[in-house]
Design a protein around this ligand. Structure first.
Ligand SMILES: Cc1cc2nc3c(=O)[nH]c(=O)nc-3n(C[C@H](O)[C@H](O)[C@H](O)COP(=O)(O)OP(=O)(O)OC[C@H]3O[C@@H](n4cnc5c(N)ncnc54)[C@H](O)[C@@H]3O)c2cc1C
Length: 275
């Protein structure tokens, strides 16, 4: 069955009743592709298209809230550089018009560009169900390729993160557009100057580099520690070899990306935006 609820409460009641036999449909740029390729057969689809409140964004002072149905197109013009640059490099214009931030996280691809940007912002994910709501760090939400901590009756409502002082994003793909990331990386500095670092396509999930971050928190950000952070980053990632790139290549590029992004943020440059 195809359901089109008019309210969030109606959507949650449906999901509570249908459970795992149903999936939410946002932009459909992952879900419909999987169904068409025969990788996913569903009894029920719950279309979120009429739930416009889920596309809202809010400036809450020290934090931002971004609704799950916010499209990549909308995020492209955001003042948060890591998010805007990640959104701008998702697919082509049609994909960015339809694809959403909640769908990118819901798919739980290791290569999800916007998922990596949200991780680099140390975002929390807000989940709602007919039972109530809960919030958890996004880094705990991803559990494996296509696997997350979402319960069968839950909906992703959106994401909340502290406004960074600066942030930047890097994507390496086989082509300059409409290319899944061979590797992508995001870095933000919080208002106290502490970094959050995330890398995509180097592990079964988008990955926060917590050990590299801890080193920088202890030692500070100068050219020597940034160079060492790049080396640590390439040790911390856990890439595989596949048809897009070898594990060795991904490991090397991860280190270079982290060094470059941190250098851009600390020395100023084209990729630095004070958000
Ligand atoms: C040609 C092409 C190019 C692409 N290029 C890129 C790229 O460069 N980078 C990249 O990261 N991705 C890319 N993608 C993948 C895709 O476009 C993105 O992941 C997109 O953000 C998915 O969002 P959506 O709204 O279309 O999700 P959907 O397909 O609607 O949903 C995806 C999954 O998330 C679940 N879901 C969606 N919304 C919610 C919610 N609110 N609550 C709970 N579960 C939810 C669905 O049930 C489904 O399991 C590409 C896809 C195509 C077809």
């Amino acid at each position: 069955m195809f359901y089109q609820p008019e309210t969030v409460a109606e959507a949650l009641d449906l999901k509570a009743r249908l459970g795992l036999s149903a999936r939410f449909l946002a932009g459909g740029t992952d879900l419909v592709v999987m169904m068409k390729k025969g990788r996913l057969t569903l009894e029920d689809v719950i279309d979120l298209g009429k739930l416009h409140e889920l596309a809202e964004t809010r400036d809450e002072g020290e934090t931002h809230f971004v609704g799950a149905l916010c499209s990549h197109r909308t995020l492209e013009s955001w003042p948060i550089r890591v998010l805007a640059d990640a959104a701008r490099q998702v697919g082509g214009p049609q994909i960015r018009n339809r694809g959403t931030i909640g769908g990118n996280v819901g798919t739980a691809s290791p290569a999800g560009d916007v998922s990596v940007a949200l991780l680099a912002l140390d975002a929390a994910i807000e989940l709602v169900s007919a039972r109530g709501s809960r919030s958890m760090p996004l880094r705990d939400f991803f559990q494996g390729v296509g696997r997350t901590a979402i319960a069968p009756d839950e909906l992703i409502a959106g994401f909340r993160f502290r406004k960074p002082a600066m942030s930047a994003f890097y994507k390496n793909g086989k082509r300059s557009s409409v290319a899944i990331s061979v590797i992508c990386a995001g870095v933000s500095l919080d208002p106290d100057g502490f970094p959050s670092i995330a890398v995509g396509s180097v592990a079964p999930t988008p990955l926060r580099l917590l050990s590299t971050e801890a080193f920088l928190r202890q030692r500070g950000l100068d050219p020597e520690t940034i160079a060492e952070a790049g080396r640590l980053a390439s040790e911390e990632v856990r890439p595989i070899t596949d048809h897009r790139a070898s594990a060795e290549y991904r490991r090397a590029i991860a280190g270079i990306a982290v060094t470059r992004l941190l250098t851009q943020l600390t020395q100023g440059g084209a990729h630095v935006v004070h958000a």
